[in-house]
Design a binder for this molecule. Structure first.
Ligand SMILES: [Zn+2]
Length: 320
């Protein structure tokens, strides 16, 4: 975390982004209206913003070593700390998602507010006075923090999705690996009690769905690089995000809608509208966006800004 004070003007972000401009209605699940007053009250003061994030980092008030968990730590100069046991020297945010990106505490809270409001990267960069790359990297950290708190975090952050290739130690510094028909993962949409669960389907790749389509008549629908299926076992649909290497031309057209389009599923309407806005999304980053959609949908009406701040202050888990 950069400790440098900034001369940029972050207070302008208190005005909401007009992300709904030009549309008939605001997104049905936009949670900005329920942002608690005390969160937005922090948005003008670096010290208060930092204290708020430190409270989330050490909920009991006592610092501990991010490496071994030992609770006896020494204060060093420049806000550094040293573990009495393993001698690791660290900063308050070392080893945490929030340690990715050179943002001040105030910039993080402002960015979270704009993310909650579903502003575009372009809008965020203008409002925050930060570069496109800085905003993009920080948003990637937010999305990884969301995935890390999903019930299936271990699978989604693992090898099968390729997200593991972005994480080196506790830092997001890696790059995406190439994906082909036999490595592009498949996800399944499951609805239970008004909630949605987007599962990584073990052992399934894009190739599996093309095979089921050709040989077992599983209905496939393609819009851009997004491919989804008719109902399959307990899933309302299976889906993946492809790339230009796939044989889309073998997909047959159907007169009848697949199940998830026919039932007017509330989550699917919510997701499709947003997936269209994520135009140009890569198959490598697709799981990040899917889990973001799952998180937004399932937390409708909750103070997601505060939840995201807590997620960002959590330790990056060890990836197998
Ligand atoms: Zn330690």
């Amino acid at each position: 975390m950069s400790e440098a004070t900034t001369t940029r003007e972050p207070s302008g972000v208190s005005a909401r982004c007009a992300h709904g401009a030009g549309r008939a209605t605001a997104p049905p699940h936009c949670a900005s209206q329920v942002e608690p007053a005390d969160f937005s009250a922090l948005l003008g003061d670096e010290k208060r913003a930092r204290d708020f994030l430190l409270d989330l980092t050490w909920p009991t008030g006592a610092p501990f070593c991010p490496r071994c968990g030992h609770r006896k730590v020494y204060d060093l100069s420049g806000e550094r700390l040293r573990c009495a046991d393993c001698k690791y020297t660290f900063h308050p945010f070392s080893g945490r998602w929030i340690n990715n990106g050179a943002l001040t505490s105030l910039e993080w809270l402002n960015l979270i507010t704009l993310f909650v409001d579903e502003c575009s990267v372009h809008q965020m960069k203008q409002r925050l006075g930060l570069s496109y790359n800085t905003v993009y990297k920080a948003l990637t950290a937010i999305r990884f923090a969301i995935v890390a708190h999903a019930i299936d975090a271990r699978q989604v952050l693992g090898r099968a999705t390729g997200l593991d290739s972005y994480i080196k130690g506790s830092r997001l510094t890696g790059g995406p690996r190439d994906m082909r028909m036999d490595t592009i993962p498949v996800y399944g949409i499951l609805r239970r009690d008004g909630l949605v669960f987007i599962d990584l389907v073990p052992g399934f790749q894009a190739e599996t769905l093309f095979h089921f389509h050709m040989n077992f008549h599983l209905k496939l629908i393609r819009t851009g690089n997004l491919v989804y299926t008719d109902r399959y076992k307990e899933y309302d649909a299976l889906l993946f995000c492809g790339n230009d290497s796939l044989p889309y031309e073998i997909i047959r057209r159907y007169d009848e809608k697949p199940y998830i389009d026919a039932v007017d599923d509330e989550f699917w309407a919510f997701a499709q509208e947003r997936i269209k806005r994520f135009r140009g999304i890569s198959c490598q980053r697709f799981p990040l966006y899917l889990k973001e959609l799952e998180f937004r949908f399932n937390n409708e009406g909750r103070p997601i800004g505060e939840i995201l701040a807590a997620y960002l202050c959590a330790l990056v888990p060890t990836i197998d």
